[in-house]
Write a protein that binds this ligand. Sequence first.
Ligand code: Q9C
Ligand code: ZN
Length: 342
Amino acid sequence: MNTIFSEDHALHHGKYELIDGQLVSPFENPSRLDHIIARVRETGLGAVIEPLDFGTAPIKRVHSEAFVEFLRTAHAEWREEHGDCDALPLCWPSRTLRHVLPETIDGKLSYYSFDAGTPITAGTWQAITASVNVALTGAEQIRAGQRAVFSLCRPPGHHASADLLGGYCFFNNAAIAAQSFRDAGATKVAILDVDYHHGNGTQAIFYDRSDVLFVSLHGHPAQEFPFFLGYSEETGAGEGEGFNVNFPMRWGTGWPEYSQSLDTALDHLREFSPDTVVISLGVDTFEKDPISQFKLKSEDYLQIGARIANLDLPTLFVMEGGYAVAEIGINAVNVLTGFEQA
Ligand code: Q9C
Ligand code: ZN
């Protein structure tokens, strides 16, 4: 299996994360990919290939033009006001407030975000466009006949919706890849999201559509980030009714319960019978993940890959979360070797 990878991911490197009342070094940092790419090479998974440049047109099929332009200039505007530090919002249009676009960079940052955990740094634009190109290059290789490709994206994407960043995500790499399959002629695309957190951005992007099925396994939003989306009663709207399927699970969930949900999720994919599958691959379901509360073990990821392989469909793996850095390479690549050995 080929891996698509760009060194440009390292240009996005926030200085701080405010978590549990403490200012710490960000969990979503470049060392994550150092470990994954090292494991890809060590296991001989396949070739490691640099992405092609697809420009912003495929991004704008999913994200609003205004949001894309905001991200392009956000750090330069921030730097003019505040100097060369991370751009972070601290105020949002919640409940009684109005969703009106402000003029200043601080206001715009608040308008286009939903949390304070997603800093924009000097290199963020270059890293997020490279991350999209990694996803789109993988998609192109699938269209050219590869059975499976690993798009080693960073920053991750599944929390980002059409005009909202958050949860370490800016552009929704998996959604942009899925849309690229549709635009290249695929009739039906399924996205299976196995990241620990609900893929609220991906759900929102495709919620009223029947051509892209979204199925997600994740920590229950009553307990876990992103808190305000991801319940099982969210089944789609209008044309999209029945094409959104959520499997929220409680803190402490281990392989026995997780694998049952996974099998039911895969049955939904089989019934949909897509041309192509996109996997939002997070390994923050791991027992030692520092910000998550599931109990999966390294060997379980082999099983996840094997069960996905049993769908017998062209499969694009798009990297999302996973913060247990010492084991992230083993866990992510276990999914891929489990897939290949099935
Ligand atoms: N107490 C991804 O995995 N903050 N994003 C969590 C936990 C945000 C995770 C706080 C987590 C975002 C792609
Ligand atoms: Zn996650």
